[in-house]
Design a binder for this molecule. Structure first.
Ligand SMILES: Cc1ncc(C[n+]2csc(CCOP(=O)(O)OP(=O)(O)O)c2C)c(N)n1
Length: 578
């Protein structure tokens, strides 16, 4: 068999893994890799910033279920992907990242552009490797893909010194992977599943609490089946938006800090919580010691370390959500829980999600509702982080899982726009819309070049409130309305105390997103009145090229409901002063 360089082996292995697209940016210690890419069949997309390349790979992975791949150089190239790796790690996203490294002979000598990237990323990757011998490269790549995409998925980094990239050996790509210390358990223990089912059967007020594990294992059909059969209401995490149909009476919507009143009330009143592929994130539990105090906790998760990590579990079931639920389904009795459902309906009626629909103001929630309506919930929506993210989660009725892509655990501003580009590469026939805050968008907006140059046709809707809105809301509610460094229009001439700005009198906002979009060759549209929103969204959806829709929304709109940080879910606030 012909001998190849390490760099060629990497490309061949990526092709053998059926990698459709790789995002990244070259540099000195990755030159052999980029030389091997030149003229190869690999579809490589040159990002403008490595952080964005990492998020593109992430958006691709979340929206397709396949691992996302990026390649960067050593030193600053590698440290620039720490945030994407941490983002993917928190949300269990399969990424495989390759970094160039200085030559093995000089590792540890502070060589030019040396960074101990395996050391730096150890806490934010599922696993990482430093390949010291070209003979280990193919096996390592096979293992990297296996580890990233099996069990609880996560990011894996492979650091390849430049001499290993140049080294020569035969390519032997293993058919299978066997790692003694890593054997994910897919089948739940039958005894535990039986116990869980009997507790559900005895319960009066059960609630399903579903997370990203349901999406990863494609268990949405099983959740729907059991919930309907046994009349069990379902609440979802931010990452599981779209995993349960919004239009069934059993849907409670999202749980936690900005979850619905009914979901939070139901969890607190439940006698059994069936957590499936969810990790009891503090944004969901509120004050942990007050979380669902009366409930027995059943926790189905593929990751044994997630069990009792935050909330003490009564019945752990370690296994793949779909497999466990398939088995559980036959054991759960068909039942009507009329009293429980009546209570839930009352909570829904008491405080439905809502905002002032009857005035002429341009409320951001209205924009999301219109996007939802006009796309029928079938578009992939990615978000940045902030108020717009929560309004998107509350008002976008995603028709399926993997249509709502958002950084949940790390809450990474700058994620959404590159993630949208990655999602579009993975879903060329779907409409992909990045909903952004004007703050977050500015963190990675340079990637518009990638959208234009590659004709990927992404749509950006900026809910422009001229604030770092989420932080401003907290300043309004908990810091005496002292808007310290959250106004994005502020100039030195502004009064130091400006807590009730009048946008019409504020300094000119920069950038002008419309002109900015046009400078890239995208279509820029600005909307400042409610009556123009629907037409502008239609125009955006009809456009054949990328669009930036700059919507000047009410600047001091707040997200409600809200459970203040560190408070119990019972202390949910449905509006200011209430
Ligand atoms: C990288 C990063 N830096 C800082 C924060 C803290 N943070 C959370 S939300 C937010 C404001 C976001 O503002 P914007 O994107 O305009 O969205 P809005 O809340 O106005 O919808 C900030 C600064 C973060 N989540 N991520």
């Amino acid at each position: 068999m012909a001998e190849l360089t390490g760099a060629q082996i990497l490309i061949e292995c990526l092709l053998k893994e059926n990698v459709e697209v790789v995002f990244g940016l070259p540099g000195g210690q990755a030159l052999p890799i980029f030389d091997a890419i030149h003229g190869s069949k690999l579809n490589f997309i040159l990002a403008r910033h490595e952080q964005a390349a990492g998020h593109m790979a992430d958006g691709y992975a979340r929206s397709t279920g396949k691992p996302g791949v990026c390649i960067v150089t050593s030193g600053p190239g590698a440290t620039n992907i720490v945030t994407p790796l941490a983002t993917a790690y928190m949300d269990s996203v399969p990424l495989v990242a390759f970094s160039g490294q200085v030559s093995t002979a000089v590792i540890g000598q502070d060589a030019f552009q040396e960074a101990d990237i395996t050391g730096i990323t150890r806490p934010v990757t599922k696993h990482n490797f430093l390949v010291k011998d070209v003979k280990d490269l193919a096996r390592t790549i096979k293992e990297a893909f296996y580890i990233a995409s099996t069990g609880r998925p996560g990011p894996v980094l492979v650091d390849i010194p430049v001499d290993v990239q140049r080294g020569i050996c035969e390519l032997v790509y293993p058919e299978k992977v066997s790692i003694r210390s890593y054997k994910p358990n897919y089948n739940g223990h039958p005894g535990q599943i039986k116990k869980a089912a009997s507790i559900i059967n005895e319960s009066k007020n059960p609630v399903f609490y579903i997370g990203t594990g349901v999406v990863v294992s494609n268990a949405e059909k099983e959740i729907l089946e059991i919930s309907k059969k046994a009349d069990i209401p379902v609440t979802n995490t931010l990452l599981a938006v779209g995993a349960y149909p919004h239009d069934t009476n059993l849907s409670l919507g999202m749980l936690g800090m900005h979850g619905t009143y009914a979901a939070n009330k139901a969890v607190q009143a439940a006698d059994v919580i069936i957590a499936v592929g969810a990790r009891f994130d503090d944004r969901c539990t509120g004050k942990v010691c007050d979380f669902a105090k009366a409930a027995k906790i059943i926790h189905v998760d593929i990751d044994p370390t997630a069990i009792s990590k935050v909330v003490e579990t009564d019945i752990p079931v370690v296994g793949d959500a779909k497999k466990v639920l398939e088995e559980m389904s036959g054991l759960v009795e068909s039942k009507k829980r009329a009293d429980w459902i009546k209570k839930i309906d009352a909570w829904k009626a008491e405080h439905p999600l809502g905002y002032e629909r009857n005035d002429d103001k341009l409320h951001p929630q209205y924009v999301i509702e219109k996007i939802s309506e006009l796309t029928k919930g079938e578009a992939v929506i990615t978000t940045e982080v902030g108020q717009h993210q929560m309004w998107s989660a509350q008002y976008y009725k995603a028709a399926n899982p993997r249509l709502f892509v958002s950084s949940g655990g790390l809450g990474t501003m700058g994620f959404g726009f590159p993630a949208a580009i990655g999602a579009k590469f993975g879903n060329p026939t779907k409409e992909v819309i990045a909903v952004a805050g004007d703050g977050s968008f500015q963190m990675n907006m340079q990637e518009m070049a990638i959208a234009i140059l590659n004709d990927v046709n992404v749509k950006v809707v900026i809910l422009n409130n001229q604030y770092l809105g989420n932080v401003r809301q907290w300043q309004e509610m908990f810091y005496g309305k002292r808007y310290s460094h959250t106004c994005l229009a502020k100039r030195p001439a502004c009064p130091s105390w400006c807590n009730s700005p009048d946008r019409s009198k504020c300094p000119v906002y920069v950038p002008d997103f419309v002109k900015w979009a046009e400078s890239y060759g995208a279509l820029g549209i600005r909307v400042t009145h409610k009556k123009d929103v629907e037409g502008a969204i239609k125009k955006m959806l009809e456009a054949k090229n990328s669009v930036v829709l700059d919507v000047w929304v009410e600047i001091e709109e707040n997200i409600f409901p809200m459970v203040p940080a560190g408070k119990s879910l019972d202390e949910i606030i449905t509006r200011i002063g209430g």
